[in-house]
Design a protein around this ligand. Structure first.
Ligand code: B12
Ligand code: SF4
Length: 497
């Protein structure tokens, strides 16, 4: 939404509300648009939050304000938003696909009161046109409210602030450097949505954005890290290396996280550049340790045999991985969680996450399961339930698949597992252990809801021993530093460097 805001023609004021960071109900959004005299509301949503997005759209339209919807779900199901399937109409207009070039037209049409129903990213001959990212607008990170990206819970902020190093806030800001992934994994919407044409911003514009964020972190205090949201950040290794070299040359390093497939991390030079440019965590879609499953999903380029070496290559440079697995694939049987965890335990510590195979509309997976009559909830998004399958796996029941995911999370995020992960980094500086401890405690919340101070207090008490050990070690180091140094200095960076 920051991008669309930057692409809005001059003369309009754009207000951004992220429903994840600033939740509102139907009454509140209707009141908001009325009180602020909003002329047009744009709503984007993924499949999993589309039911809520439709409810909000209905409330806005009932308040008399036109709604245009965009993003992956309505691109895949435009007639649903326009009320041409069985349900009611939720949007006056839909923007299909990438809206970089259509958004300014939508705003102009809305201003004239002449919204069309569908906006497609096409050229003058009606041919599909993917926006080039070469003339990417400047996202005004010097002005945007960064609080929405702060992951430090409010109740913990005062204490963390006192520790120094700017840890009272930790904001993870999304930055796009390129779009597209040609790999076409069966369950993924990316290849269908962005197409297999890979496009990049110029190195200069990405570097400028990082410099702006770095300057903001310096002037305001507080920690800022960047999440490169590209589907596959190293899809063109040569280009990624050139970007990382330019980041290093410009002194634009910030701590960053990105999604990269395991096969692209074979390149030692790439991993060296990731390290030198500030890369700290890499999200890897491992999906399965079973080559048959991977072949079924058109993801045979993932080689389970090389996972350990890839993770070790990263860990040797103090980079750790968010390893993502999907259970409920056609060759999965009961015990898949234990088998996967057996492998995970033999790897350097990281952040394993477990999901279920979910057929998103317009994916090859959805079509295959639909044709085979295996969808149990064909419009699962109408009644979204987290960690709940919408089709029957072949070699186990739905309930068994749910139990496997639960087992994966319970075993990986138990106090014992967290303590083990922290202790396995005993040979590294304390910062790395704090990093893995905090990250594990936060990631635990993806499956086990831990909103609010009470839930956090429970998590902290369950992991009390590990936290105590870390605090004691920190205090020991701090006191011995005080004794050795005549003047007092505060460690500014607890990531270990
Ligand atoms: C970043 C990201 C996340 C981040 C979000 C963090 C953040 N602060 O932004 C995190 C890690 C939290 C995340 C989580 C999930 N994600 Co995600 N994520 C992405 C990712 C990689 C980038 C999104 C992005 O910003 N893209 C760049 C912008 C420019 O593209 P865009 O958002 O599509 O917007 C363009 C158009 O769609 C359109 N548009 C969008 N909105 C609107 C609105 C209007 C009004 C208009 C006119 C146009 C318009 O215009 C934009 C410019 O062209 C995408 C993949 C991708 N490359 O898009 C997946 C993706 C969106 N995620 C996906 C999924 C499935 C998830 C999860 C459900 C995964 C899971 N199993 O848990 C979770 C759910 C999170 C939740 N809150 O419920 C799927 C969604 C598929 C679908 N049909 O819904 C995607 C497409 C990836 C995929 N493999 O298929 N995700
Ligand atoms: S590698 Fe990742 S982004 Fe590319 S198609 Fe496969 S799952 Fe989607």
């Amino acid at each position: 939404m920051f991008l669309l805001q930057a692409l809005t023609p001059p003369g309009h004021e754009v207000v951004l509300i992220d429903g994840n960071a600033q939740p509102m109900d139907e009454a509140a959004i209707a009141r908001y648009v009325r009180e602020n005299k909003i002329g047009l509301v744009g709503i984007g949503a993924m499949t999993r939050m589309i039911a809520k997005a439709y409810r909000m759209a209905d409330a806005v339209r009932a308040a008399g304000v036109p709604v245009v919807m965009g993003g992956p779900h309505v691109t895949e199901m435009p007639d649903e938003a326009l009320g041409r399937t069985s349900g009611k109409r939720h949007a006056d207009a839909v923007a299909l696909g990438e809206a970089d070039e259509t958004w300014p037209k939508i705003v102009a049409d809305a201003e004239r009161g002449q919204l069309k129903e569908k906006y497609l990213p096409v050229d003058e001959f009606g041919q599909d046109r993917k926006p080039s990212l070469q003339s990417y607008p400047q996202i005004p990170w010097d002005k945007i409210d960064l609080n929405q990206f702060n992951i430090v819970p409010k109740f913990a902020a005062p204490l963390l602030k006192r520790l120094g190093g700017g840890w009272g806030t930790f904001r993870i800001v999304p930055v796009e450097s390129g779009r597209g992934c040609p790999y076409g994994c069966e369950f993924c919407t990316v290849t269908g949505f962005f197409g297999d044409s890979i496009r990049f911003r110029t190195n200069e514009s990405v570097v400028d954005e990082l410099l702006m964020l770095k300057a903001r972190a310096k002037s305001e205090g507080g920690q800022i890290a960047v999440f490169f949201i590209d589907d596959n950040f190293a899809i063109n290794v040569k280009r990624t290396k050139s970007l990382l070299r330019d980041i290093i040359a410009a002194g634009a390093q910030v701590h960053w996280v990105a999604q990269i497939s395991a096969n692209l991390l074979r390149d030692e030079e790439l991993v060296d550049l990731i390290t030198a440019s500030g890369g700290k965590w890499i999200f890897i879609g491992m999906e399965s340790i079973d080559p048959t499953n991977l072949a079924d999903m058109n993801k045979g380029f993932n080689k389970p045999g090389e996972y350990a070496a890839v993770l070790q290559r990263l860990a040797d440079r103090n980079i750790y991985a968010i390893t993502s697995f999907i259970f409920g694939m056609d060759n999965d049987t009961v015990g898949v969680a234990d088998r996967t965890l057996g492998q995970i335990r033999s790897w350097p510590p990281g952040l394993p996450i477990f999901g279920l195979l979910i057929p998103f509309p317009a994916t090859p997976l959805y079509t295959r399961l639909e044709v085979a009559g295996r969808l149990t909830r064909p419009t699962h998004w109408e009644d979204f339930m987290p960690f709940t399958m919408a089709h029957t796996p072949l070699k186990m029941t739905i309930a068994e698949a749910h139990a496997e995911v639960k087992s994966g999370w319970s075993q990986s995020y138990s106090p014992e597992a967290i303590s083990h992960a922290v202790r396995s980094l005993a040979h590294k500086p304390l910062g790395y252990r704090i990093n893995i401890l905090v990250a594990r405690l936060c990631f635990r919340g993806i499956y086990f809801p831990q909103m609010g101070p009470l839930a956090w207090a429970r998590v902290i008490s369950q992991n009390g021993q590990t936290i105590c050990d870390i605090v004691k070690e920190g205090l020991r180091g701090w006191f011995s530093g005080l004794c050795k140094q005549p003047s007092r200095s505060v460690a500014a960076n607890s990531f270990g460097d």
